[in-house]
Write a protein that binds this ligand. Structure first.
Ligand SMILES: Nc1ncnc2c1ncn2[C@@H]1O[C@H](COP(=O)(O)OP(=O)(O)OP(=O)(O)O)[C@@H](O)[C@H]1O
Ligand SMILES: [Mg+2]
Length: 287
C-alpha cells in the first residue's frame, strides 16, 4: 500500500505541475490577446476621434467661408435694389435712365448668378461628402454641351474681355452624366474667366476608340508648380486674397465628378504662360 502511495505521489505532482504550466501559458496568451484587442480598440477609437475632429473642422470652415461668401453678394444685391427702389419712387421723381437701369439690373443679375453658383457648389460638396453623388448615365454629345456652356457664358466672357476659340469635331458622343459633365465645363470656364481675364481661351476635344479628351486652356497668370497638386483639394485657393473671393471648391467638385466617371483630370501650367486643364473620360463611363 505504502509502496503504491509512494509511486503515485511524484506522478500526481508532475501532472499537477504540467497542468499549472499549461494553464499559465494559456492565461498569458489570453492576456496577450486581450492586450492586442485593447490596443486595436484604442487605435480605432483614436481614428474615429480624429475623423470626427476633421469633419467638425470642415463643417466649421464651410460655415465660416459660406457665410462670408454669401454675405458679400447679398449685401451688394441689396444696395443695388435699394437704389433702384429709391430712384423709382414717384415722389422722388428720379426715374432711372434706361442705361443706368439696365446696368444696375445687370450687376444684380451677376450677383444672383454668383449666389446660385456658390449655393450649387456647397450642395455638391455636401452630397459628395455624404457619398451621395449618383450618376445618371445617358448618351451625351460633348460638342453640343461645350457649345451650350459657352453660349451661357457669353455675357461674362464679354465683361471679362475674354475671347474664345474652339477646336471641336461635329459630334462627340459618350455615355456620361450630362449635368455633372456640364458642371465640370462650367467650373473650368468660370475659373478661366475669373483668373485669366482679357486673354484668349481655347477649348478642344477629340475621341479615340476608348476615351475622350477635353482640354480647356487660358493664357492667364498660370499656377506655380508647387501649388498644382493642391488646387484639387477642398477649400484650396492659391491666388492672393484680393483676387480670391471664393470657396476653393470648383476644382474639388470637378475632380470628384471625373473620378466617379472613372476618368482623370490634371493641370499643365507655367507661371506667366497660362493654364490648361486636361480631362480624359472613358467613352462608356457607366460600364
Ligand atoms: N485657370 C486658372 N488660372 C489660374 N489659377 C487657377 C485657375 N483655375 C484655378 N486656379 C487656382 O486654383 C484655385 C482652386 O480653384 P477652384 O475652382 O477649386 O476654387 P475657386 O475658383 O477659388 O473657388 P470656387 O470655384 O469654389 O468658386 C483657385 O483659387 C485659383 O487660385
Ligand atoms: Mg473655381
Amino acid at each position: 500500500m505504502t509502496f503504491w502511495i509512494l509511486l503515485l505521489i511524484p506522478g500526481l505532482f508532475t501532472l499537477l505541475v504540467s497542468r499549472l504550466v499549461f494553464m499559465t501559458i494559456r492565461i498569458r496568451k489570453t492576456f496577450k490577446n486581450l492586450e492586442l484587442e485593447n490596443h486595436a480598440l484604442l487605435q480605432e477609437n483614436q481614428n474615429l476621434h480624429d475623423h470626427l475632429k476633421k469633419t467638425i473642422q470642415i463643417r466649421d470652415d464651410l460655415f465660416g467661408l459660406a457665410s462670408h461668401e454669401l454675405k458679400t453678394p447679398i449685401t451688394s444685391l441689396r444696395s443695388q435694389l435699394e437704389l433702384l427702389k429709391r430712384n423709382s419712387q414717384p415722389e422722388v421723381g428720379l426715374i432711372p435712365g434706361s442705361k443706368h437701369l439696365s446696368s444696375t439690373l445687370e450687376a444684380s443679375l451677376g450677383q444672383v448668378d454668383r449666389l446660385t453658383k456658390l449655393i450649387g457648389n456647397m450642395l455638391d460638396v455636401t452630397r459628395i461628402g455624404a457619398g451621395k453623388l449618383q450618376l445618371t448615365i445617358t448618351s451625351v454629345d460633348l460638342v453640343k454641351l461645350v457649345q451650350k456652356v459657352i453660349t451661357s457664358f457669353s455675357v461674362e466672357l464679354e465683361l471679362a474681355k475674354c475671347s474664345i476659340e474652339t477646336h471641336l469635331p461635329d459630334v462627340l458622343i459618350g455615355e456620361w452624366d450630362q449635368g455633372c459633365i456640364e458642371q465640370v465645363i462650367v467650373n473650368l470656364i468660370s475659373n478661366a474667366i475669373k483668373y485669366a481675364p482679357s486673354t484668349l481661351l481655347s477649348i478642344s476635344a477629340f475621341q479615340t476608340e476608348l476615351k475622350t479628351t477635353l482640354k480647356i486652356r487660358d493664357n492667364g497668370p498660370g499656377i506655380p508648380k508647387n501649388k498644382q497638386n493642391i488646387i484639387f483639394n477642398k477649400f484650396e485657393c492659391v491666388s492672393s486674397s484680393e483676387t480670391c473671393r471664393s470657396l476653393g471648391l470648383g476644382l474639388y467638385i470637378c475632380s470628384q465628378i471625373i473620378e466617379k466617371h472613372a476618368g482623370t483630370i490634371h493641370v499643365q501650367s507655367e507661371v506667366g504662360k497660362g493654364t490648361e486643364f486636361i480631362i480624359e473620360l472613358p467613352n462608356h463611363s457607366g460600364k
